[in-house]
Design a protein around this ligand. Structure first.
Ligand SMILES: NC(=O)c1ccc[n+]([C@@H]2O[C@H](COP(=O)([O-])OP(=O)(O)OC[C@H]3O[C@@H](n4cnc5c(N)ncnc54)[C@H](OP(=O)(O)O)[C@@H]3O)[C@@H](O)[C@H]2O)c1
Length: 231
């Protein structure tokens, strides 16, 4: 794929019945991608797909939206978005047919206590959910993206979310896919933010945004300054 040229994908959204998966699925389909909402039970995915389709009625150029069991959704897709909780992540991801797919993880291993949200330590600090997905699916190519975008804003009314999507990965081609998908959310290409291991910083950073949200009663996000103009 050539940087800056937008491609249309079929995207399986694993955990697509939750707010993050539903919101990203809606944005992707609105931008023209075909979306298969995935669930552990197909009969939970279908009504969510219906809800997204209803919301997109009359939107010119919107993609197809359907619902399926997670594994069936993967089989139909070029790109698989992991939008599931960290609890149960390994069991779920290890069972998915991901060989040959570009896999985008937005999974944030967070924990909450009396003092608020904080990142969980993965593999003694030497790991992240995205790296774990790569280890569980060695024949897939995993990138990390969309960790810091609020589900509320994704399902909101604004045409685009006024944020940057930071994309990390060891494969430049796969990272370009995530950067291209970011256009559906922010209206501009995502930011190439480094290798997959930097998901160790992006995932727990969401705890900082949650803390800001609580203080200011908002849905905060990230904008990176100093970059050349992107479309
Ligand atoms: N919510 C946000 O604003 C936000 C923002 C950025 C990143 N994220 C990240 O995105 C991911 C999804 O967030 P969410 O808020 O949408 O999560 P969620 O609602 O808790 O879960 C999403 C879906 O995952 C499936 N699921 C739940 N428990 C599971 C388990 N133990 N094993 C396998 N599947 C399970 C469920 O779908 P089925 O029951 O239909 O299978 C559920 O609807 C999380 O990792 C989160 O950190 C969330």
């Amino acid at each position: 794929m050539i940087a800056g040229v937008s491609t249309t994908y079929t995207i399986a959204v694993i955990g697509g019945t939750g707010p993050q998966g539903k919101g990203l699925g809606y944005r992707f389909a609105k931008h023209g991608h075909d979306v298969v909402v995935g669930s552990r039970a197909a009969d939970r995915a279908v009504p969510v797909a219906d809800e997204i389709r209803e919301r997109l009625a009359g939107v010119a150029g919107a993609g197809e939206v359907s619902g399926a069991a997670n594994a069936d959704a993967c089989e139909q897709a070029d790109v698989v978005l992991l939008a599931v909780p960290w609890d149960g992540h390994d069991e779920l991801v290890g069972a998915l047919p991901l060989a040959g797919k570009t896999v985008v993880s937005c999974v944030n291993p967070l924990a909450f206590d009396k003092r608020g949200a904080h990142g969980q330590v993965i593999d003694g600090g030497e790991g992240s959910a995205a790296e774990r997905a790569q280890a569980l699916a060695p024949e897939a190519t995993v990138v990390g993206a969309f960790h810091n975008v609020s589900a509320v804003l994704l399902w909101g009314e604004e045409e685009y979310v006024d944020e940057d999507v930071l994309c990390v990965g060891d494969s430049d081609d796969a990272k370009l896919v995530a950067m291209d998908l970011a256009r559906a959310v922010t209206g501009r290409e995502g930011v190439s933010a480094g290798k997959l291991r930097l998901a160790r910083q992006l995932e727990p950073f969401t705890a900082v945004l949650i803390s800001i949200n609580r203080k200011y009663k908002t849905h905060s996000g990230l904008r990176i300054t100093g970059l050349p103009d992107r479309d």
